[in-house]
Design a protein around this ligand. Structure first.
Ligand SMILES: C[S@@+](CC[C@H](N)C(=O)[O-])C[C@H]1O[C@@H](n2cnc3c(N)ncnc32)[C@H](O)[C@@H]1O
Length: 370
């Protein structure tokens, strides 16, 4: 089954963005100074932007081990029972589901941005995804081959093959604007950008003081070609990459520091298995950010399970979605109904954006059992 949506994000850029406030970001500005454009190597990314923002850069690689932290769940409480991974049915692998894997940050960060054009939005940088797709097509990129499949099927979504991560979807910008408007507090939080695509939600969370940030996308290629480059484009190490002192120190720095940002690809139930089984004392997420992930009702069960298994008992999901996905069937009404019937999460409408295609921002929290 293939689907197509009738808007482009490029059209949306620029006119609806609210600049991100940086006042709380100075806490995280890097010790390393960034270099000017002229200092950058010839192979560095081209920057193209209508507006230049003088933004602080951040070090994404400072790590506090997940394993060192105590589990945040009170295992005796009824809510904990619902929230714990231990008491869920054993995971049965369904054939055909995309196996989850963790993507290591490549040693050569500069390479990640080779042949990429980096564009600037208020408070963020991101690679031009159209160019990424063109290059992947030209290279006849092996592996998932999702670009040509998406092109030949004229679709941004091919169920079970390509789930749309090679594009920045409209609701991402709604959620980014909401972060600023609502002064969402990321400080010290463990955040998951679920179905991340470009990863802009997670990147902003990190810039605003999240303690740790995990990025997940269905497609491995999306993580390698878009999410990782975007994180690097917003990091200190990329910006200081050509300074001799940084070059010298970078290796040892990278060796010493494990990454604070981690990257995963694969289907949601497989992703849950991977993180829950690979981290003995897995600390659940305080905040799950997810944009345009409820288009397909067939995925609601897995998505609901993912929230249930990975969200901290006091955690919060911030979800952005179109009111309805024509041609696919999913949307806010159906999803809310699904959630209400399960009776585990409370949903609260945060904002309705009634321009163009109607969009909705929703918060999910655990119903607190007495
Ligand atoms: C339409 S894209 C939205 C991408 C991004 N959040 C945005 O707003 O630009 C949906 C994303 O959800 C993820 N996704 C959808 N269904 C999934 C599933 N069953 N398992 C894992 N990931 C899934 C895909 O990785 C995809 O990037």
């Amino acid at each position: 089954m293939t689907f197509q949506f009738n808007f482009t994000i490029e059209d949306h850029l620029g006119n609806e963005l609210i600049p991100f406030e940086d006042e709380d970001l100075t806490l995280y500005s890097s010790k390393e100074s960034s270099v000017s454009e002229s200092q950058k190597g010839k192979q560095g990314p081209r920057k193209c932007s209508t507006e230049q923002f003088d933004l602080p850069q951040y070090d994404f690689w400072k790590h506090e081990s997940v394993g060192d932290a105590a589990p945040s769940q009170d295992r005796d409480s009824p809510l904990s029972a619902a929230n714990s991974s231990d008491n869920l049915e054993p995971h049965k692998r369904q054939p055909g589901l995309r196996v989850a894997k963790e993507h290591a940050m490549p040693k050569d960060l500069k390479k990640l941005l080779e042949n990429k054009v980096v564009e600037t939005l208020p408070g963020l940088q991101h690679v031009n995804v159209s160019l990424v797709k063109t290059i992947l097509l030209e290279k006849n990129f092996p592996g998932e081959n999702i670009v040509s499949k998406s092109l030949s099927s004229h679709s941004d979504l091919i169920t079970g093959v390509y789930e749309g991560g090679l594009k920045i979807w409209e609701c991402t910008f709604d959620l980014l604007a909401y972060f600023t408007k609502a002064k969402v507090n990321f400080a010290g939080k463990k955040v998951l950008d679920l179905g991340c695509g470009s990863g802009l939600l997670g990147i902003i969370a990190f810039k605003r003081g999240a303690k740790e940030i995990h990025f997940q996308d269905y497609n491995s290629l999306v993580i390698d070609e878009v999410t990782l480059p975007n994180v690097v484009a917003n990091s200190t190490l990329e910006n200081g990459i050509n300074e001799p002192a940084v070059k010298r120190g970078r290796k040892s720095k990278l060796a010493q520091e494990q990454f604070k940002c981690r990257f995963f690809s694969g289907e949601w139930s497989e992703f849950c298995e991977l993180v829950l089984s690979s981290e003995k004392l897995f600390v659940k997420y305080d905040l799950i950010l997810t944009s345009e992930t409820i288009y397909n009702p067939d995925y609601y069960s897995t998505l609901h399970q993912t929230f249930l298994r990975l969200l901290d008992k006091n955690g919060q999901v911030l979800l952005a979605s179109k009111a309805h996905y024509f041609g696919v069937g999913g949307g806010v009404h159906l999803f809310q109904k699904y959630i209400e019937e399960r009776n585990i999460f409370e949903t609260r409408i945060l904002e309705i954006i009634d321009e163009g295609l109607k969009r909705v921002l929703i918060e999910l929290t655990f119903k607190h059992l007495s």
